[in-house]
Design a protein around this ligand. Structure first.
Ligand code: ATP
Ligand code: MG
Length: 208
């Protein structure tokens, strides 16, 4: 077989985020992406030090634990400590480099994001190099217009796959607000994560 014709063997989905806390919006987007793009696995990579967020209320290890609790029932979902263990700001570009070394050239990387995040892609570190390393799956998210993506430069648009997911108007910041105000969070996130949050007394006070 000619070298360039070799088929990519594995399709790896990477779901980046702060996951503070992880909720059903993240899980539904990841699962629908996995099924539609026939991904062999989706790796959730909680950000260690998100460069675009000033204050992250949840401790990294707690965010990682919640991601683990939320994904344990899905045999295709995995968790990575990559960004949490890396020193300095968590750049997606560095994560992609690490994953391409880990999974090898015969794997294809799919970075899964919501529409809000994909619209900010040009501000990401080494965005031009990053877009050459993966395909982007842009999941619909209530409040953000997927068609705005067509305004990104053409080399970005060519690599972006649009993904319609059932609209879940859930966000981590709203969940944190609800906890602070004593409102219910049941059915917005997996029960094990809800239990963990209350047990660890997360988001009750301090920064939102
Ligand atoms: P916060 O309100 O703290 O920003 P968040 O709910 O946006 O939290 P993040 O951890 O920032 O969660 O998001 C991780 C990724 O998941 C991003 O790409 C984001 O666009 C996507 N995402 C989050 N919530 C949803 C949702 N309800 N539907 C689709 N995608 C989502
Ligand atoms: Mg967000």
């Amino acid at each position: 077989m000619i070298k360039g014709d070799q088929k990519k063997l594995r399709r790896i989905g990477i779901m980046g985020g702060t996951f503070d806390p992880i909720h059903y919006g993240h899980l539904v987007a990841a699962e629908i992406a996995r099924s539609k793009f026939m991904l062999d696995m989706v790796v959730f990579v909680p950000s260690g030090h998100p460069p675009h967020k000033q204050n992250v209320p949840g401790h990294a290890e707690q965010r990682l634990m919640m991601a683990l609790l939320a994904t344990v029932t899905n045999p295709y979902f995995q968790i990575s400590r990559s960004e949490i263990d890396r020193l300095g700001p968590s750049y997606t570009y560095d994560t992609l480099i690490e994953f391409s070394e880990l999974y090898g050239q015969q794997s294809e990387l799919y970075f899964i994001t919501g529409t809000d995040a994909v619209l900010e892609m040009l501000t990401w570190r080494n965005a031009e190099m990053l877009i050459d390393m993966c395909r982007i799956i842009a999941a619909t998210r209530p409040g953000y217009d997927l068609t705005d993506i067509s305004r990104l430069p053409s080399n970005f648009c060519e690599k972006i796959e649009m993904l319609q997911v059932p609209a879940l108007s859930i966000s981590s910041s709203d969940i944190r607000c609800r906890i602070r105000e004593g409102k219910p969070i049941k059915y917005l996130l997996p029960e094990a994560v809800e239990t963990y949050i209350y047990k660890q007394r997360l988001y009750i006070k301090g920064r939102l």
